[in-house]
Design a protein around this ligand. Structure first.
Ligand code: ATP
Ligand code: MG
Length: 388
């Protein structure tokens, strides 16, 4: 039986954006997600996106898992496509949906006749297919008001489509329709979730990671790469910029009061990330900060880091509890990687008594001990790019 995936207009999260741009980006992202599992034809007709296989054996579970990770779709249907003959349609419904029908007691049939040349009306199609299903599955009864399952029959230009319940899509907007931003990605739980959340709003990402070897290990870097790969399941292709941060760390350790370590370090990160992001034509930065979670995430501390950012900084998890962030991390499958115990530079250099209410003047005075511009320039020049 030939299967296809149908994504209808009502299931596209289209809002505010030009429809053409939206659909183009969606088709491009769908093609990219599907290209490693076979050849598919994607087309748009009658306010529907059709995903049709060109090969014989297709792993439809895999196809639908992948479609479920593409932003811009709130729901989609896996359908079987048959000739526009009522006998064929009713047999297809019984065969294609037999497992789902075996699990319920009540059902109804809904029909849509987009091809007006089809000789039966929608109510006639419903009655005919419903009657046939009752004859094939004696345990079933029809309930038109609150059925446990709805069987859909859609007679369209290219064929008749039969499907059961819709599957949930990833929601959001197609990646690429919202511009591009640089995500400051550590090996922790929060920044991959922040990355996912902004990608969901249609933003394509560029990763920026600060590595401080030998204080941070190569495994810590591998961890960040796997996190980006996992985020890439939703966010698509990305470049990860690995910034050498050791020299700056050592300078901070040498010349700066311990309670200001973290803040000054974060200001360096912001300056460097701003440079890289601008070079990569990003319009914003993203971090995984959440108010009050640690000393560097109080309002005054955030004000100090924002003061040196050269782009708007998005912090999508700012108002979330750790539990809420973890729930998303589990759902997008980054949690297990995030909790692997490889140190990142924040945990290695955490001061014992960090300042929670820093004043910018005090920070700027401490920074006067460094050649800030040169250090930033050196770090930017040392960037290594990993393609995800
Ligand atoms: P995460 O779980 O994302 O590591 P966190 O709660 O551990 O966050 P911090 O370590 O204070 O918080 O970092 C706050 C944010 O700063 C991170 O979410 C991330 O965006 C950025 N950040 C921290 N360390 C790095 C790093 N080594 N490279 C890139 N970005 C970093
Ligand atoms: Mg961290």
């Amino acid at each position: 039986m030939n299967e296809v995936i149908l994504i209808k207009n009502g299931e596209l999260a289209l809002k505010g954006l030009n429809r053409g741009t939206f659909e183009e980006a969606l088709l491009k992202n769908l093609r990219y997600r599907l290209k490693t599992i076979g050849n598919f034809t994607l087309r748009k007709a009658q306010s529907t996106v059709y995903i049709e296989p060109q090969d014989e054996d297709v792993d439809w579970d895999e196809v639908s898992d992948r479609v479920a990770t593409v932003f811009g779709i709130s729901a989609f249907s896996r359908a079987c496509v048959v000739e526009k003959e009522i006998d064929v349609i009713q047999k297809a419904a019984a065969e294609y949906l037999k497992e789902a029908l075996a699990d319920v007691q009540t059902f109804k049939v809904e029909a849509k006749r987009a091809d007006k040349r089809f000789p039966m009306s929608s109510p006639e199609i419903c009655a005919q297919v419903g009657g046939y299903l009752l004859s094939q599955f004696p345990h079933l009864s029809v309930d038109v008001h609150t059925p446990q399952m709805t069987v859909w029959v859609e007679v369209r230009d290219f064929g008749a489509y039969v499907h059961g319940p819709q599957l949930p899509g990833a929601g959001g907007m197609p990646v690429g329709t919202g511009g591009k931003a640089g995500i400051l990605i550590s090996g922790g739980i929060d920044s991959p979730v922040a990355a996912y959340m902004m990608a969901k709003r249609g933003i394509s990402l560029t990763g920026i990671h600060f590595a401080s070897p030998p204080y941070t290990s190569e495994r810590a870097e591998m961890k960040v790469i796997s996190l980006m790969e996992q985020v890439g399941v939703y966010a698509g292709r990305m470049a990860l910029h690995i910034v050498p941060f050791t020299h700056i760390r050592e300078e901070i350790g040498r010349a700066c009061p311990e309670e200001l370590f973290t803040l000054i370090m974060r200001r360096f990160m912001m300056r460097i990330a701003s440079r890289i992001a601008k070079e990569q034509e990003c319009g914003a930065l993203i971090t995984g900060e959440s108010v009050g979670q640690v000393a560097s995430q109080t309002i005054p501390a955030i004000a100090c880091t924002d003061a040196v950012a050269e782009l708007p900084v998005f912090r999508p998890v700012i108002g979330m509890d750790k539990e809420e962030i973890i729930a998303i991390a589990r759902r997008i499958d980054t949690f297990e990687t995030s909790i692997q115990p490889y140190e990142d530079c924040c945990t290695v250099f955490t001061p014992r008594h960090p300042r929670t209410r820093p004043r910018i003047a005090e920070i700027e005075a401490a920074e006067a001990a460094f050649a800030v511009d040169e250090l930033v320039k050196e770090a930017v020049e040392g960037v290594r790019v990993v393609r995800i």
